[in-house]
Design a protein around this ligand. Sequence first.
Ligand code: C5P
Length: 228
Amino acid sequence: MPKVSAIIPAAGSGKRMGGGKSKQYLQLGGRPVIINTLALLQRSSLIDEIILVSPPVEIDLTRQLVDEAALTKVIRIVEGGKERQDSIRNGLNSLDYSTEIVVIHDGVRPFLKEEHLEATIEAAREYGAALLAVPVKDTVKEAGNSFVGRTVPRENLWLAQTPQVFSYEIIKEAYHYAEEKKVIGTDDSSLVEHIGREVRIVTGSYENIKITTPEDLIFAEALLKEKC
Ligand code: C5P
């Protein structure tokens, strides 16, 4: 049976959070952020299996958290790498050929809505590659130093989120090409763009935040309360 496999990168070191603890282990609604994210994929009938990417030194802790939360779809925990791209590569290398669709979703985005996951997977089935994104709301300035160089027209600007969803063949090819040509990207779509494939944009929501800095966590707690 062709499978939909989710790769969840959660191997970041949490440098931007300022504290010692990686952001994926911070508490949100009484449980670690990463468990909130995994729980929504565990609940979704669209996901067959989850490959979780963890910091190498936290594999035991991660395994313990996954077991305690009875996240049975997590079939494997693999070691992360130095950059996010290295972490995803390790996850991809652990997939088998029965994988049809690869869903890549940041472990620190616990507010993904099922309808958006579904729409992104559907778009990837149709176009081979798709990502969730939201239109830029603010005016964007380009600057080489502390003075404005120019104002960038925002009509065509999007903020890329995750999930980013691909056919197994396309994402494998993109990572292979990136490794060979030493391409580095801050998301997976950019690597697919490098091999000349079109990536379909699916409009998401501003709630699908990435918990990166301390104020994100305050906002996240507020969002969670509003949902209860
Ligand atoms: O660093 P960034 O904000 O892009 O992180 C997005 C996601 O990628 C986070 O869930 C983080 O844990 C993960 N990541 C990773 N391996 C790294 C860096 C980040 O799995 N080396």
